[in-house]
Design a protein around this ligand. Sequence first.
Ligand SMILES: C[S@@+](CC[C@H](N)C(=O)[O-])C[C@H]1O[C@@H](n2cnc3c(N)ncnc32)[C@H](O)[C@@H]1O
Length: 251
Amino acid sequence: MKISIDTDKKEILRDGQTLDLYSKEGFELLSDLWLKVGWNEKYVYSFSWMGRPIIQLPEDAFRIQEVIYRIKPDVIIETGVAHGGSLIYYASLCKAMEKGRIIGVDIEIRKHNRTAIQNHELFPYITLIEGSSVDKQIVDQVQSLINPGETVLVILDSDHSKTHVLNELNAYSSFLTPGSYIVATDGSMQDLHDVPRGQEKWRTDNPVEAAKTFVKANQNFVIEQPVWPFNESKLDKNITHWPSSYLLRTH
Ligand SMILES: C[S@@+](CC[C@H](N)C(=O)[O-])C[C@H]1O[C@@H](n2cnc3c(N)ncnc32)[C@H](O)[C@@H]1O
């Protein structure tokens, strides 16, 4: 794609087409490009939440907060713990809401990360489980921590290959109550295949492909971006590394 920007004329030229720079289309075009450049610069590796590194785009973290506050789940399950920043973030929301607890699963919880998470003031809200998120034993262990009738929200942020995410969707979706979401994060891989740090195979090997395959086989789930609870703009699309990631259980 060829893009040129004329700030004097307030125009963007894209493949011969002229767009208003100051327009919804202009903003979306620049945002899509900004996401790719930012990802390559490891922008998402530059944030922390209450002392722990969190590997998320702030907008994605903000948007899921809107969903968590609306649903107020009893349990939030997250696969992919890394430094624990996202677990601490969700735990801080639970503390503020006076509701909910977190289960974090990771194939390897490094000693220094485990120590830091266990020493954090929000650790009482968190259960850590070490093992592959798709191992039956691990899935059973997670299930044993959920009581019948509890509202469950699941965030998949571990291995982002299509096969793994599809296996996770199959393993964890049954924990969901209708009206809640299983979130297959980092589908932006589909658009990052051509950036310097990306991989060509991501074009098709990504969480969006897993989500599409899953909803085709499971009629009680739809891919749906949650509605923004507040919006005084004309914008309506998340600026996100999680495209097509929210799978709503409808019934
Ligand atoms: C992107 S990081 C998670 C980031 C974290 N959720 C955050 O927001 O800060 C991905 C993590 O997934 C873990 N992982 C990779 N394969 C896994 C698997 N099969 N099961 C569970 N965790 C896995 C890695 O060890 C790594 O810590």
